[in-house]
Design a protein around this ligand. Structure first.
Ligand SMILES: Cc1cc2nc3c(=O)[nH]c(=O)nc-3n(C[C@H](O)[C@H](O)[C@H](O)COP(=O)(O)O)c2cc1C
Length: 329
């Protein structure tokens, strides 16, 4: 007798990915750093939060629409930048980009992608796209990406500020394989990520550990696009971001892939959003897996949430099905 397996929650997509992707791919997507304390805590923290429902409020009409940086999106669930979608499905980032446009949400394109950012934008001409960049040691590489993002119709630049050095991904270090990426055109780019992991010195595209707030001013000076800082985890840094007049911040610990031992994002969100008030928009990512997680994050001050790994897992299955599951109403 044939048995149908229905995907009813994001954990089902994760399980599917774990049992269908190669060990290398699964390890790359799912791992955190060191003991993976922060990776696990991101999800555990959501489970500790309880909701206090009010009743008899006529909820027959429900609308999930919101705006981010003045652009309307249909659901407050957007796509975080994650590398190398091509490992999950041949459609790669184009598949995720199409799903993003179909659900009228925002997708953050990753620098380390399986397709060029131009090709990804071509797959999603009408939706909201932002480009994620790093402050590379060679600032020309960063500046060139910003220019290409502008030309390709991206509406924001997401600067990852929590990546001075690559996190120590033990689970990934135990497996090997080649990595093929686009966007940063240098010889031997296939070996780029491996080299980062090996802590060798590919100076051109190494993230710059000497970066400071002055570099945020520099990014602002080279583009008119809004700047979103990704990787804020403290009230102190959130207030400095406001001083530097960025347009938005994303409370993020890189999905537990950078400094292990930092708190869950949902645990620091309320303090940060209270501190910045309505001066800039606040988003969050890290461990969002259910509709009630989204609700908790919005209640604690996020304007929208972003999801990382689930998109990769959805891509390994059918990314559009995943959005239907998450946005079920
Ligand atoms: C495979 C993978 C690659 C990632 N690459 C980047 C990246 O290039 N830049 C970045 O800012 N964050 C990157 N992240 C972190 C995500 O943007 C996001 O912060 C994190 O995945 C959110 O947590 P979640 O996966 O629990 O939803 C990556 C995450 C994964 C899983």
């Amino acid at each position: 007798m044939a048995v149908n397996t229905y995907m009813v929650c994001l954990d089902d997509y994760e399980y599917y990915a774990k049992t269908h992707l190669s060990l290398m791919t699964w390890s790359f997507y799912s791992c955190g750093t060191d003991d993976e304390i922060t990776l696990e805590e991101n999800r555990r923290a959501f489970r500790r939060i309880r909701l206090k429902p009010r009743v008899l409020r006529d909820v027959s009409t429900r609308d999930l629409k919101t705006t981010i940086l003045c652009r309307e999106i249909d659901i407050p669930i957007c796509i975080s930048p994650t590398a190398l979608h091509g490992w999950a499905h041949p459609d790669a980032e184009a598949g995720a980009a199409r799903a993003s446009e179909m659900f009228n949400t925002c997708m953050v394109l990753c620098t380390i992608s399986s397709m060029s950012l131009e090709d990804i934008c071509f797959a999603n001409t009408g939706g909201t796209k932002w480009l994620n960049i790093y402050l590379f040691r060679n600032r020309h590489v960063t500046a060139d990406l910003v220019l290409r993002a502008e030309r390709s119709g991206c509406k924001g630049i997401v600067v990852s500020i929590d990546y001075c050095e690559p996190g120590n991904k033990r689970r990934l270090a135990r497996v090997t394989g080649d990595i093929i990426a686009k966007n940063v055109d240098i010889p031997n780019f296939e070996k780029y990520y491996k080299e980062l992991l090996d802590k060798s010195t590919n100076e051109k595209v190494k993230s710059d550990p000497s970066a400071t707030w002055a570099d945020i001013d520099w990014i602002k000076s080279i583009t008119k696009l809004p700047i979103i800082l990704k990787g804020i985890m403290t009230v102190e840094d959130a207030l400095i971001a406001v001083e530097h007049k960025v347009d938005a911040i994303m409370v993020s610990n890189h999905g537990g892939r950078q400094l292990d031992g930092v708190p869950a994002t949902i645990d620091v969100l309320a303090g940060i959003s209270r501190a910045v008030g309505d001066k800039i928009e606040v988003y969050m990512d890290g461990g969002v897996r259910t509709g009630t997680d989204v609700l908790k994050a919005l209640a604690l001050g996020a304007r929208a949430v972003f999801i990382g790994r689930p998109v990769l897992y959805g891509l390994a299955y059918k990314v559009a099905e995943l959005f239907k599951t998450l946005a079920h109403r």
